[in-house]
Design a protein around this ligand. Sequence first.
Ligand code: AMP
Length: 277
Amino acid sequence: MQIIRTRSEMHSFSALHAGKIGFVPTMGYLHAGHISLVERARAEQSVVVVSIFVNPAQFNDPKDLEKYPVDLDRDFAMLEKAGVDAVFCPARSEVYPNGVPALRMSYDEVMNRLCGAGRPGHFEGVLLVVHNLFMWVRPQRAYFGLKDYQQYLLIKRMATDLELGVEAVGCPLVREADGLAMSSRNVRLTAAGRVAALAISKALFAAAELWRKGETAAAVQAALNSLLTPLQVEYALICDADSLATVLPGAPRPARVVIAVAAFVDGVRLIDNVLLT
Ligand code: AMP
């Protein structure tokens, strides 16, 4: 497995493997959710590149950035075992040689809903770095987890609208055996917080079940709110899966919905969702 630290090395690698690259962008501290993306990439493309870069441009809270877990040796061992061909892990000065540029791409409505409402500037920072990573890695396909459903939607749109020549592929959310959505942030939970965090997936599964049974948006929303009462909730919403607009009481049921939650446990911000299509 090749470890690539500069953009120029990355360019040479991608020129050598043009048309064959499957790409998995990450912020590291990897878990089975990330590895599931690597496996999908390996199944579909002959060369797999994973990037590890904790992108300062997408953190609106400097403390959150500081506390983001890092363990590159552990990540490299996991990626080697998963059969990855190259890991691109550039320093911040390599990604942003002139500091984070002021360029901002935006998609008004879809961007400002859910996580965009509580984390101003977050998705602008995500699109900036993913766009540039696509330019350096030059993949055919790039793989994203549906855990970050809103992020996936925005990147897919950007890739289409800017004709980046990359197909963004959405992959299933991977959970722990008890239902908690896997996240690099879970390591920051206390033992009690780890138990409390289970309320998120439990509330989502219960809400999904009610929605499938044909309950109204108002009834599903009420159940969701009551199951999440013990937590500090940022949002818990039933949304149209394409526009991310909230499904209002009495409005027609959209064909595809996503029920999405962001909540704080032990001061750690966790997100989760269920997609109902
Ligand atoms: P991150 O390192 O958190 O930025 O995530 C990198 C990629 O892994 C993103 O496409 C995430 O959506 C995806 N990912 C993170 N957690 C999971 C999970 N539990 N299941 C599936 N994909 C995930």
